[in-house]
Design a binder for this molecule. Structure first.
Ligand code: 5AD
Ligand code: SF4
Length: 457
């Protein structure tokens, strides 16, 4: 999915009650929602192999880090975290340290050479081998060379593995893996391999199982969901079938590609109140020249038409995007065109990034010639403009009648619930006998920071 809201999640919040005798694993997850979903698959594989889950690094026998390589900063941070995990070996020389995910895939043997304390390097298509690799590693003497497993498998969908759901009313469900778009800046096609879709029936089975565990809101994940194909069915079919599942209140998805999203998908969204009016539609840049260099095969005019088509069908739609500043050869004029699009579209949220060279990408051959100071300055200008737009769009919601899905207790106030509107705006409301998972008709009364206060209708 274009991922990719950068988030850090610690999947160990709710350890499984499963057994208490096996070795315990601590997993730290960085990167996109796809990584969060993958970590749940990994947890499921390890739980079946008899592992327990530790709340903290110090309690663990095995420490794994699931990493993101999409930008240089994410990769550097992942490698720094790996060094942090290595402190486990000071107290437990037999502890196993492993790196998983996109950095493992991108850097492979380099990691083992540079960081001799690393025991495992396992890429995104090799997680099935984790239990066997861990076992092998645990019986080998400390100091043995680390094990590497990074073959990309076109057929790997982990379709038969039920990711470990950690409770709560929201869940991620992966519908496709990999990406064939080869945007010139992006490492994902190299770290996650070719595009492949899960069979629709098993997606539906997974969502039904989640609903039976209390899930009310699922986010369907794929690097480019619009490429979903299974036996002639498209993502629009997948979305509408998932929305048809009884007991599910909401379905959302991420990420779309402007060249592939279909009008039919927008029609399906408009015709189904369970499908949230939310679209993450990365534009990346506003200049046609830069878009071409990025291998993003649409023009700014085509993109704007698409936004209009979405807003005509779904007037309440919330739009978010990803933008890169400082792509090779980006001039001040190119950048102004990005700002123009941002002002014209008026996104609700924009995820903004400074370009960084990724090894093995096509853009690696272009000179990274926008000075760092110019990248920083452009990013700051972009963020300032977007913040103002986000605030204005949020303020325009005050007074609106809508519905929130109650997700959990407000973190700092046990007397309040936190929920979200269908267009994914967070809101708090005082408790009044409702339960987590209820849909509550409300009016948004006030905006505090980025969170609304709501009153029941
Ligand atoms: N440099 C900066 N940003 C990048 N992204 C992907 N690759 C790079 C890169 N090399 C951004 C894109 C993508 C998001 C997940 O990360 O905007 O949509
Ligand atoms: Fe998204 Fe393009 Fe990367 Fe594919 S190659 S994951 S479409 S940014």
């Amino acid at each position: 999915m274009s991922d990719f809201v950068p988030i850090q999640s610690d999947l160990n919040e709710k350890p499984d009650a499963r057994g208490d005798s096996g070795p315990s694993v601590y997993i730290r997850t960085y990167g996109c929602q796809m990584n969060v979903s993958d970590s749940q698959t990994i947890e499921s594989l390890l739980a079946d192999a008899g592992y327990r889950f530790a709340d903290s690094l110090d309690e663990a026998d095995v420490a794994l880090i699931n990493t993101c390589a999409v930008r240089e900063h994410a990769e550097t941070r992942a490698l720094g975290q790996l060094a942090d995990l290595s402190r486990l070996k000071k107290t437990k020389p037999h502890a196993v340290i492993g790196i998983l995910g996109c950095v493992a895939q991108a850097r492979k043997r380099e990691i083992l050479d540079a960081m001799p304390f690393v025991d495992l390097v396992v890429g995104p298509d090799a997680y099935r081998k984790l239990p066997a690799l861990l076992e092998e590693r645990m019986i080998s003497p400390p100091g043995s060379p680390g094990l590497l497993e990074t073959v990309l498998l076109r057929e790997e969908l982990y379709d038969d593995i039920v990711p470990r759901h950690r409770g709560g009313v929201t869940a991620f469900v992966t519908v496709m893996r990999g990406c064939d778009k080869f945007c010139s800046f992006c490492i994902v096609p190299r770290t996650r391999g070719r595009e492949r879709s899960r069979p629709l029936p098993s997606i539906l089975r997974e969502v039904e199982a989640l609903v039976s565990q209390g899930v009310r809101d699922v986010m369907l994940l794929g690097q480019n969901v619009d490429s979903y194909r299974w036996e002639g069915r498209t993502f629009a079919d997948c979305l509408s079938e998932v929305a048809g599942i009884d007991g599910l209140a909401r379905v959302r998805y991420m990420t779309s590609h402007p060249s592939d999203i279909s009008e039919r998908l927008l029609d399906v969204m408009a015709g189904n109140p369970k499908i949230c009016p939310y679209l993450h539609l990365p534009i990346q840049a506003g200049s046609d020249r830069v878009l071409e260099l990025m291998n993003r095969p649409y023009t700014r005019a085509q993109y704007l038409k698409l936004v209009e088509a979405a807003r005509v069908r779904l007037p309440q739609i919330a739009l978010s995007t990803d933008i890169i500043v400082g792509f090779p050869s980006e001039t001040e004029e190119d950048f102004r065109q990005t700002l123009d699009v941002v002002r014209e579209v008026e996104y609700d949220t924009a995820f903004t990034f400074k370009y960084s060279v990724r090894p093995g990408t096509k853009a690696e051959r272009l000179e990274d010639d926008v000075p760092e100071a110019a990248k920083v300055e452009r990013l700051e200008r972009l963020i300032a403009i977007q913040q103002e737009i986000s605030r204005r769009r949020n303020l325009a919601q005050v007074g609106r009648q809508t519905e929130i899905l109650i997700e959990h207790e407000a973190p700092k106030d046990a007397g309040m619930w936190t929920g979200r509107t269908p267009d994914y705006r967070p809101a708090v409301i005082s408790k009044n006998g409702e339960r987590i998972g209820d849909l509550l008709p409300v009016r948004l009364t006030e905006l505090v920071g980025f969170t609304f206060r709501a009153e029941r209708l």
